[in-house]
Design a protein around this ligand. Structure first.
Ligand SMILES: Cc1ncc(COP(=O)(O)O)c(C=O)c1O
Length: 434
């Protein structure tokens, strides 16, 4: 569900037309629907409200815009973070430090020290040396510090290899035998409080079976460790819920919650979750303008002003993002909105086969290859859907391109939530060193 749709022949975010937004803020720009974001947050919280004790910690890496974080935290979410930068942004956006879970594969001593000073809820520990650092800092400050072991359960998430994190060969997590060893070594430490076990097996999961298997495995481990005198009280199952980018079949949030609750219901553990994509993914689009159409042999390239530096997922993971024209295509077959006509359809609404490319000097700077599409010309606008997660948060200045603007819409209100970076802002740190 989202609030992006055609009205009166043009694409809208809630009650504001994308054309209006572009006339004020130009392209490329990210546009978010606050009502969509709010609906996703509430649906997630409601799905887990049946479980006696749950902390839903939004994975800040998915989208770290302060206004978006503020909205999510105001609805009751905590934060799952992977750097001290994310901790500070989350606190600035209003999250209570007690609701911050610090994941991250290679936390530095400085990050650990600062996070302890800030009073976060727990470290999801990824290695023996990280645990030793934390124990050292906790002892130095004579301060209790809560940790959870990030377990690598060696379960295949059945998703893209680059976002699979729970297999034994991956860099993430601690293998189960080492979890037992570390737990017995540190369980009587005066300041280290081993309060949980955690995991995250992958992202964009569309199948419940690895989630069920992981939950089962984690409950078994939890009970086993408790029986050995490790005073655990929480199980963190990470994030990973898939969303609809195309026409995938994905379980519903209610099915996801029921599956997890079924496995955990007799454990007595507090449940921690770290959803990212499912909260923000379909709340945002990237709007781009057509610079021109380039005909090359048998291919037509729609050259856009947005590139892989603005949205890297297609180049990085070969990800699919649906692209729609901002001006509604005219279809005499009676379709409205996203027209499903074949390229060969007689009415001709989707008569072109276009590849959408950006301006970056990389062959991978392609948003979509050879897709059926209505007529486009220079200066037309397109919306790249499903860009709210891992879009702006992964953007860069590659090719010396300033970061784009972000706009949030709520009903008929428009709010700029990130100013477009100027060239001067982009180069100032280097200029000062000249
Ligand atoms: C430790 C951890 N938790 C949560 C997430 C969020 O995952 P998703 O956006 O798929 O829900 C990630 C994503 O990479 C992660 O690494």
């Amino acid at each position: 569900m989202d609030h992006f749709k055609y009205k009166n022949g043009t694409y809208f975010c809630e009650d504001i037309s994308i054309e209006d937004i572009v006339s004020r803020f130009h392209t490329p720009c990210y546009v978010y629907s606050e009502s969509t974001l709010e609906a996703h947050c509430k649906r997630f919280l409601t799905a887990f409200s049946k479980y006696p004790s749950t902390l839903c910690s939004f994975a800040v890496k998915a989208n770290n815009n302060l206004s978006i974080l503020k909205k999510i935290f105001s609805l009751g979410f905590g934060a799952d973070v992977v750097s001290i930068g994310e901790i500070k942004k989350a606190i600035l956006a209003g999250v209570d430090a007690e609701k911050i879970v610090f994941s991250g594969a290679s936390k530095t001593k400085q990050e650990i020290d600062e996070a302890i000073q800030l009073g976060i809820r727990q470290f999801n520990v990824e290695s023996d040396f990280e645990l030793a650092y934390i124990a050292g800092v906790a002892s130095m400050h004579k301060k209790d510090v809560a940790v959870s072991f990030r377990v690598n359960p060696n379960i295949d998430a059945h998703t893209h290899p680059k976002i699979t994190t729970g297999l034994a060969g991956s860099k993430f997590g601690i293998d189960e035998p080492d979890v037992y060893k570390l737990a017995s070594e540190y369980k009587d430490h005066p300041y280290l409080k081993i309060q949980g076990i955690s995991c995250h097996i992958g992202s964009q999961m569309k199948d419940l079976s690895p989630i069920r298997d992981t939950a089962k495995r984690m409950v078994g481990l939890y009970q086993d460790l408790k029986s050995q005198g490790v005073p655990l009280s929480s199980i963190d199952l990470g994030g990973g819920v898939g969303i609809l980018y195309k026409d995938e079949k994905v379980f519903s949030l209610e099915e996801y919650a029921d599956c997890i609750i079924e496995e955990l219901k007799d454990s007595g553990a507090t449940l921690i979750l770290e959803p990212g994509r499912v909260i923000v993914g379909n709340s945002g689009i990237l709007v781009a303008q057509v610079v021109g159409i380039k005909q090359k042999r048998d291919r037509s390239f729609v050259m856009l002003d947005a590139g892989m530096n603005d949205l890297v997922r297609p180049a990085m993971y070969g990800s699919y993002h649906k692209i729609v024209p901002v001006a509604e295509p005219i279809c005499s077959c009676g379709h409205t909105g996203d027209c499903n006509c074949d390229p060969g359809c007689k009415c001709g609404c989707n008569k072109n086969t276009y590849s959408f490319a950006g301006p970056i000097c990389e062959s991978s700077d392609i948003f979509a290859s050879d897709i059926p599409f209505s007529d486009l010309k220079a200066e037309d606008l397109v919306a790249i859907r499903g860009a709210g997660a891992y879009g702006m948060s992964m953007a860069s200045n590659y090719n010396s391109r300033p970061l784009v603007a972000e706009i949030m819409v709520y009903k008929d209100q428009i709010k700029l939530i990130r100013k477009r970076q100027s060239l001067e802002e982009m180069i100032k740190d280097e200029k000062e060193c000249l």
